[in-house]
Design a protein around this ligand. Structure first.
Ligand SMILES: *Cc1c(COP(=O)(O)O)cnc(C)c1O
Length: 409
């Protein structure tokens, strides 16, 4: 009989969001009239910007004419989109990133997982704790870890706790790690990394020959001008970092699907024979072999983010969500809770009251207020005692949820 990839059996049963789904369904079944408000899952709620929609409508029409019809596009993405990204997102911030180093994809989640294809199996891996579960689970699937303990920690991974005690900064490890996942602004804590903190990481990576996998999915939510939007704002990052970006959170593309990964041509890693190999070449080969590009229509939609109207409309979306975050922060603080994040990120990270567990707080909130959030422990052992509230919702829902929490908690 055929065999399976046994590493999948190591994955912790009941991945976070399915477990939330189960508890919410059970509650809704027992309380069919309960007006449940979901501030749990990190998905956007507001419609796609008009600029993106009309660009996609035009692109659909292009597909209807023999002269402008497009078949397969470049696996790396269309040049016109990569040029706009390079100029606007990187060069305008002083980052030395060329369009040729940008790979368009159908999502950062996929890219964060797929990137492991080009790395060896014996790398040591560091993740923050709490963490976006994708980084951990894809390494488990690839056989880079041992089994999981009761706290949800996998043997073989280096966990870097980020919590109120260290002001949500990941401490540089004393030992050598080869791959380091950093996500700032952070999901789930809403924390940001200062320029000097990122410089410390780049210096560490350069001196140890490590690679930083930098997830900048929430860069558009940065309001503080001192906070870097890209790892390439840091001196030396071209020699030690890959950056992931997505149109999901800045332009509402979670259902439309478009993202990008930057692999600088100067970035090297070691082959088994000790020679240095350009990672760009491997990623280019990987994408050309296993991926056939993002739909022309969607890439035209993403391109429109960089038009004048697109910029104005995406800025409007981001300020809308950030205003939600501000309301959440203020109301929860007034309700006596200690809150973090929510200033440069669409997530508010709440300390559970009286030291109760994350899941107990989840159940309490659901039962008393019919509001759904995300238990911090679902993002890692160090998330225990915390709770994530997402600002991705309508203003009316956010205000109503906060009214209930203020009145009932
Ligand atoms: C939402 C999110 C992404 C974006 O993923 P897509 O697949 O592009 O939708 C990436 N990283 C983190 C941490 C996220 O929360």
């Amino acid at each position: 009989m055929a065999t399976i990839n046994d590493n999948y059996l190591k994955l912790k049963a009941g991945y976070l969001f399915p477990e939330i789904g189960r508890r919410v369904s059970a509650f809704a079944e027992a309380n069919p009239d309960a007006p449940i408000i979901k501030l749990g899952i990190g998905d956007v709620t507001e419609p796609l910007p008009e600029a993106c929609r009309s660009a996609m409508v035009t692109a659909v029409e292009d597909m209807g004419n023999r002269d402008s019809f497009k078949g397969y596009g470049p696996e790396q993405g269309y040049g016109w989109l990569r040029e706009k990204i390079a100029a606007h997102d990187f060069q305008a911030r002083g980052c030395d990133v060329d369009a040729g180093e940008i790979f368009i994809s159908d999502g950062s989640k996929c890219d964060c997982g797929n990137i492991l294809d080009i790395f060896g199996d014996n790398n040591t891996i560091a993740v923050t704790d709490p963490v976006y579960p994708v980084y951990v689970d894809t390494n488990v699937m690839a056989g880079h870890t041992g089994p999981c303990n009761d706290q949800g920690e996998y043997e073989g991974l280096t966990y870097l706790p980020i919590n109120a005690g260290n002001n949500f900064t990941a401490q540089i490890p004393s030992q050598k790690v080869d791959l380091i996942y950093l996500c700032f602004p952070n999901n789930p804590t809403g924390a940001v990394a200062s320029k000097s903190h990122l410089q410390d990481w780049v210096n560490y990576a350069k001196s140890h020959g490590s690679i930083i996998l930098f997830d900048a999915a929430y860069e558009a939510f940065i309001t503080d001008p001192e906070i870097p939007h890209s790892i390439y704002e840091i001196e030396g990052a071209r020699d030690c970092a890959i950056e992931f970006r997505s149109f999901s959170k800045n332009a509402g593309f979670t259902g439309t699907r478009c993202a990008l990964t930057v692999v600088p041509k100067t970035l090297m890693a070691k082959a088994a024979d000790e020679s240095d190999v350009e990672l760009w070449k491997l990623w280019n080969r990987r994408q050309s072999t296993k991926f056939n590009g993002v739909s022309y229509i969607v890439q035209r939609g993403a391109e429109a983010v960089y038009s004048e109207a697109g910029q104005e409309q995406t800025k409007g979306l981001i300020s809308f969500y950030l205003e939600n975050a501000k309301i959440i922060r203020e109301k929860l603080t007034a309700a006596g809770l200690q809150v973090f994040g929510g200033v440069n990120a669409p997530y508010v990270w709440v300390q559970t009251p009286n030291g109760i567990s994350s899941w107990d707080f989840f159940d309490q909130l659901l039962n008393k207020t019919n509001v759904v959030g995300t238990p911090g422990s679902g993002f890692g052992a160090a998330g225990e005692g915390y709770f994530r509230i997402s600002a991705f919702n309508s203003r009316a829902n956010v205000e109503e949820a906060m009214r209930r929490i203020t009145a009932n908690l």
